[in-house]
Design a protein around this ligand. Structure first.
Ligand code: URA
Length: 433
């Protein structure tokens, strides 16, 4: 018979900065998932963990307990190695769209089990759903078939993976306990380990538009996740990437699909190309396939990655040739002086896109496919007085004022170009990887 523990003892132990035993962790995660630990008790425990942290051993056991709460997928029957990417979420982060087909071009299967957006960061499924006909829901057999035939699939994660995390994440969302590094690390990694990918590359964003606002916090989160993956036998590498400014030139569902197609056609903004290639390089290497950045760039320029994209979209009912939706109304913000774009704050752009209808406030809300923000210059580039700097798009023009308010003070044109910055800030990997 499984031993039972006293939940109040467990809460007191964490409240007093103590360490939980393996048995206590296994029990409390299982009992909570089954309804044997009350929501208010788990809230108190989550808050104690947020305040006091967890040891590496506790985080590993907590993650294992969340994995054990559900099913595990198995890709071992595929003829290709698998490599997945997880981003901690950012503004204008459309990288999955060009990345999955690019990596699949080189014989590595990419199973991207994704989610919908909540708050100021967009969700990959919302973006792809702006393509006429495309559907996110695939059963396991269809997903495995597509991975074998096409090599890349982006679809909705089933509810069977780590159900303990699903319940706990919803609770953390309403109790001010999302921002705990041990809880974020175990939440993300329980789902990725249960998914069964052979290799995993983490894109940990840093800056105003990201969960992690400082380099120190992002490094701590990345290290915790790399340790968890490595200890579970999963080849895991993390890149720390800049999210002080938004990625590319667009934030919004159809706008971002359009920009991704430009990248797959060999063009697109250089920061999006740079990050796509950097992550693809890590994903192919982690899967044991040596390609290198030059060959990856070549596959974007010569149409090989575009061919896989077209097959990936068609396999899920989408029409890669269909026109993307465009918004009924747009509103242009112009420079009032000449100079350099000195700044463009990622968080403000994310909030503006969300207010225009690109994102949702509650899980049940729907999104507008064509709503979003487009910026015509990147920080450092020059504009003349009267030039358009930002265009807002929506089907519901009463949203313009609220979106414009989010951008107040978030961008400026002046004499000083900002410091040049690279997208990839750091790499965190186990020794030798
Ligand atoms: N994403 C997750 O899946 N879990 C967290 O805790 C935070 C972000």
């Amino acid at each position: 018979m499984t031993e039972t523990y006293d939940v109040i003892d467990i809460i007191r132990t964490k409240r007093d900065r103590g360490e939980l035993s393996d048995g206590q962790i296994d029990w409390v995660v299982d009992a909570y998932t089954r309804g044997g630990v009350a929501e208010e008790q788990m809230s108190a425990l989550a808050m104690a963990i947020l305040m006091g942290g967890m040891s590496r051993e506790e985080i590993a056991r907590w993650t294992a307990a969340m994995i054990a709460s559900g099913e595990r997928m198995d890709f071992s029957g595929l003829s290709r190695p698998t490599s997945d990417k997880h981003s901690t979420g950012g503004v204008g982060d459309k990288i999955t769209l060009p990345l999955a087909p690019l990596v699949a071009t080189f014989g590595v299967a990419v199973p991207q089990l994704s989610g919908r957006g909540l708050g100021h960061t967009g969700g990959t499924l919302d973006k792809l759903e702006s393509i006429p006909g495309w559907r996110a829901d695939l059963d396991t057999a269809a997903m495995l078939g597509q991975l074998e035939d096409v090599g890349a699939v982006v679809c909705a994660a089933g509810s069977g993976l780590a159900p303990a995390d699903k319940k706990l994440y919803a609770l953390r969302d309403v109790t001010g306990t999302v921002e705990s590094i041990p809880l974020i690390a175990s939440s993300i990694m329980s789902k990725k380990i249960a998914e069964g990918t052979g290799a995993l590359v983490l894109d940990v964003k840093v800056g105003s538009g990201a969960f992690m606002k400082t380099r120190e916090d992002a490094t701590e989160l990345a290290s915790a996740m790399v340790d968890l993956g490595t200890d579970a036998g999963l080849r895991t590498v993390a890149l720390l990437t800049d999210m002080a400014v938004p990625l590319g030139l667009t934030a919004g569902n159809a706008l971002e699909v359009g920009e991704s197609v430009e990248v797959l056609a060999g063009g697109g903004p250089e920061d999006v190309v740079e990050l796509t290639v950097a992550l693809a390089d890590e994903m192919t290497r982690a899967a044991g396939v040596e390609v290198g950045p030059d060959e990856l760039r070549a596959a974007l320029s010569d149409g090989r990655a575009m061919d896989v994209w077209r097959r990936m979209i068609s396999a899920q009912g989408g029409d890669p040739d269909a026109a993307l939706p465009t918004a009924q109304e747009s509103h242009v913000l112009r420079a009032d002086t000449s100079g350099h774009l000195e700044a463009l704050d990622a968080y403000a752009v994310g909030v503006a896109a969300w207010r225009l209808g690109a994102g949702r406030a509650r899980k049940e809300d729907s999104v507008q496919a064509a709503a979003g923000v487009e910026w015509h210059v990147r920080p450092g580039e020059q504009v003349s007085a009267g030039d358009p700097v930002i265009t807002l798009h929506t089907d519901t023009p009463e949203r313009f004022a609220h979106a414009e308010a989010a951008l107040e003070g978030a961008w400026s044109v002046g004499g000083l170009p900002p410091e040049e910055r690279s997208v990839v800030l750091d790499r965190i990997a186990p020794e030798g990887a």
